[in-house]
Design a protein around this ligand. Structure first.
Ligand code: C2E
Ligand code: MG
Ligand code: MG
Length: 755
């Protein structure tokens, strides 16, 4: 019963609130019900008297009160308000019954006291407002009482039952002494329980807050609690350190984006709505320069956000380094390592761009400078000096060019720059001359003074005229012709030059194929003595190309020299000449000495001796059958090496002749060092005999010189008797020329040797 009345609450939720109310209501109703029962028993005899005296209404009132209380009790938990309303109505009805139906005014007044209990009941179950209203309403019966005035007089209430007084007193006693106190006790008990619970909850809350703080502060990663406007509500130590915030700045209301910079307009809500894995892979910079990433953002139930930060400074610097190295790699891809200037590829791209951009009225000039003297620097002072020279030249050149001028290293010793919006080619020529004159003429490299010799080529193009590659090729053609010309060293592109260069390229390609397909052969031109007998033979190379036709050695030897193909040609000539000597020796038992022409490049070959000796050994011939002709110009610049190699050849018994003598301006002192056995007078002098006295004087001087140097003389290109007579008269010993023999095929030599 007690449990049914107390409805013990298990917590303090809104549901519990209704529990103590229902409990209080039940208490009142039950006690009220008991009241009715007790009153009925106590006043039994008066109730029984009521029908006897015709006061049936008393039975009605008691019955209705009991019924109302029973209904109220029935609804006490399910429909609390209805039940409470029934209670209040019952109290009013009871009071009204007493006031209206008890005839004796002094007794009926007691009914008013019942009414005064309603504000408390209303407060317990409906709140303050209704309680105040009832308190105000209760003022009406109070004033009636003050005036000692009954409310109504029902005509049938003239009978006063004998137990009425005790009945009403019991009613008041039970209501004020039992029902109301019990319900108030129940309410106060609920309040006590509530306070106790609250205290417990608070303690639990404090404990859990401390635990949360401990976890938050000591979490292994920087964590923030932010609101939806990204204001920082809380930050743990790691987060503060990472963001550079002091502890006291914790509640300054600043936004996370006040501490990290990128785009302060990012709102968390947006991130959280999106998939967190889609968080931008962005690194933000803190005020201290550290890099931070928003690793994770998760929403809390209170529209707050837990933001996990990550220090990505290390990662970022690695990323930076990687990016720098990628940039460097792409820079190196397009730039020259030595000078840091753009390379040929970059120049092509640039030219492609401006050739497409430029207007029809203007030209573009591509100027190429070649530093001719680098080869000399390399040979004399080593590759390091050459590198320094290239670097310094690149700096010197770029300093003298306008700021926005595009300058590239086209290839090893060629630098190109672009002049845009050219109106008059003559202006460009003047500009290039000025730049060339301004460039340093000398460089001091580790104490050595090096001359800077330059040539420049200029090629012009109009929009849509040429492809970048064509323009570059034209500037190189112009550069080549500038090198060949002895003029001012600057040349504008010329179509004739281009043809010549194209021919050179064709010949170069042809030589490679000729070596492979054995298209070369040797012819032999005899040298004769005064009596016309053969003193020796000169091996001369011939090339009948299937594509180019007959190409003269005068043309292809020079190309082979600059293309680095002369080695193979000389290997072939030496071997073929030795084989031929062997053939003639085998066939006729004798053979005149055969002269082989060596180019300047051959003289500098370190394996020259090896080549000659191994060839002689392979064909089993001795040195007396071979002679080597070196042009005078081939000796210049290579004197020391040439003298060493020639000395070696002389020691081994090979003959040495200086070819084309008179064209190379050799000094006497130099000449005296060459171990030459004979000197060949260049045919340009011989051709002048009879016409040019100066040439005749030169020939005489050469013959005397040869005599002083104990050399024999050979006159080249003798074509007529007049020349022969002159040469014989001045003491020239040997002759070679069309007057005697043209270069002959082997079979023709065969018939000569037979005779
Ligand atoms: P070189 O050594 O001075 O050869 C003599 C050149 O004069 C030959 O021309 C020959 O055909 C030509 N010649 C001879 N007699 C007369 C004449 O009476 N009148 C005229 N107008 N010319 C005459 P070729 O064969 O065309 O050779 C030209 C040059 O090519 C040679 O001049 C030589 O420097 C070089 N050369 C020829 N064969 C070889 C070779 O196997 N190796 C090397 N390195 N150079 C060679
Ligand atoms: Mg010769
Ligand atoms: Mg010659």
């Amino acid at each position: 019963m007690f449990r049914w009345l107390s409805l013990n609450e298990g917590g303090l939720s809104p549901a519990e609130h209704s529990i103590w109310r229902a409990s209080a209501l039940r208490t009142i109703l039950v006690s009220g019900f008991m009241l009715e029962a007790i009153v009925a028993i106590v006043a039994m005899h008066s109730s029984l008297d009521a029908p006897a005296v015709g006061a049936y209404y008393v039975l009605w009132i008691a019955g209705v009160s009991c019924a109302l209380l029973a209904i109220g009790l029935y609804y006490s938990q399910r429909r609390l308000n209805l039940s409470a309303s029934i209670l209040i109505a019952t109290v009013y009805a009871t009071a009204f019954s007493i006031v209206c139906f008890v005839r004796e005014f002094e007794i009926s007044k007691l009914g008013y006291l019942l009414i005064y209990a309603t504000p408390i009941i209303a407060r317990l179950f409906f709140g303050t407002r209704l309680a105040l209203l009832l308190m105000a309403c209760n003022a009406v019966p109070f004033f009636l009482l003050l005036r000692n005035q009954p409310i109504v007089n029902f005509p049938m209430t003239d009978i006063t039952l004998p137990g009425t007084h005790s009945y009403i007193q019991s009613l008041l006693f039970l209501l004020f002494n039992i029902c109301l106190p019990l319900s108030v006790f129940r309410a106060l008990h609920a309040l006590d329980t509530s306070l106790l619970r609250r205290r417990q909850t608070r303690t639990e809350l404090e404990t859990s807050h401390e635990q949360y703080q401990e976890i938050f502060q000591n979490a292994g990663s920087p964590i923030l609690l932010c609101d939806s406007d990204s204001r920082i509500l809380q930050a743990n130590r790691l987060a503060n350190t990472l963001l550079g915030r002091a502890e006291h700045q914790c509640d300054d209301g600043s936004s996370l984006f006040d501490w990290i910079a990128l785009d302060g307009s990012i709102r968390f809500k947006q991130h959280v709505m999106d998939d967190v894995s889609n968080l931008p892979a962005t690194a933000y910079r803190t005020r201290d320069g550290k890099m931070v990433a928003l690793e994770n953002i998760s929403a809390t139930s209170k529209d707050h956000y837990i933001v996990a930060l990550r220090d990505v400074s290390g990662l970022h610097s690695m990323h930076d380094a990687l990016q720098r190295s990628q940039e460097r790699e792409s820079f190196l891809h397009n730039h020259d390592r030595l000078t840091n200037l753009p390379n040929r590829d970059m120049l092509r791209l640039y030219l492609g761009d401006i050739l497409a951009k430029t207007d029809d009225r203007h030209l573009i000039a591509l100027v190429s400078f070649r530093v001719n003297s680098i080869r000399h620097a390399n040979e004399k002072f080593g590759a390091y000096a050459g590198d320094v020279m290239i670097r310094r030249f690149a700096e010197d050149l770029t300093e003298r060019l306008p700021q926005d001028c595009f300058c590239a290293r086209l290839r090893s010793i060629v630098f190109s720059f672009v002049i845009e919006e050219v109106r008059d080619p003559a202006d460009t020529l003047r500009t290039v001359e000025k730049i060339r004159d301004d460039l340093s003429r000398e460089m001091d490299i580790d104490g050595a003074r090096l001359m800077v010799q330059l040539s420049a080529g200029i090629a012009l193009a109009r929009k849509g005229d040429l492809e970048p590659d064509d323009l570059i090729r034209r500037s190189e053609v112009a550069l080549d012709s500038a090198r060949r010309s002895s003029g001012h060293g600057i040349a504008l592109f010329d179509e004739g030059d281009a043809l010549q260069i194209r021919r050179s390229v064709e010949v170069e390609v042809g030589i490679v194929s000729a070596l492979k397909h054995r298209e070369f052969r040797l012819v032999y031109q005899p040298k004769v003595k005064h009596d016309g007998s053969i003193a020796g033979l000169e091996a001369l190379i011939r090339w009948q190309s299937p594509t180019l036709g007959a190409v003269t050695p005068g043309e292809f030897i020079q190309i082979a020299e600059s293309a680095g193909l002369i080695r193979e040609i000389t290997n072939f000539v030496v071997d073929a000449a030795c084989a031929q000597v062997r053939f003639w020796l085998d066939k006729y038992g004798t053979c005149p000495p055969v002269a082989i022409n060596l180019s300047a490049v051959d003289i500098a070959r370190h394996d020259l001796l090896h080549l000659i000796e191994s060839s002689c050994a392979a064909h089993n011939i001795t040195s007396e059958y071979l002679e080597f002709e070196i042009t005078e110009t081939g000796l210049i610049g290579n004197e020391a090496l040439a003298i060493r190699h020639l000395d070696e050849l002389k020691i081994r018994g090979f003959g040495i002749a200086i070819d084309d003598f008179g064209t190379g301006y050799s000094s006497l002192s130099k000449l005296s060092h060459f171990p030459a056995r004979s000197i060949k007078i260049d045919r340009s002098f011989v051709a002048q005999i009879g016409y040019n006295q100066k040439s005749e004087l030169i020939i005489k001087a050469i013959v005397s010189l040869a005599r002083i140097l104990s050399c024999t003389t050979v006159a080249e290109g003798v074509e007529n008797i007049g020349q022969e007579d002159f040469l014989k008269a001045i003491g020239c010993e040997f002759f070679q020329g069309f007057l005697y023999y043209r270069p002959l095929e082997v079979r023709d030599i065969d018939s000569l040797l037979l005779a």
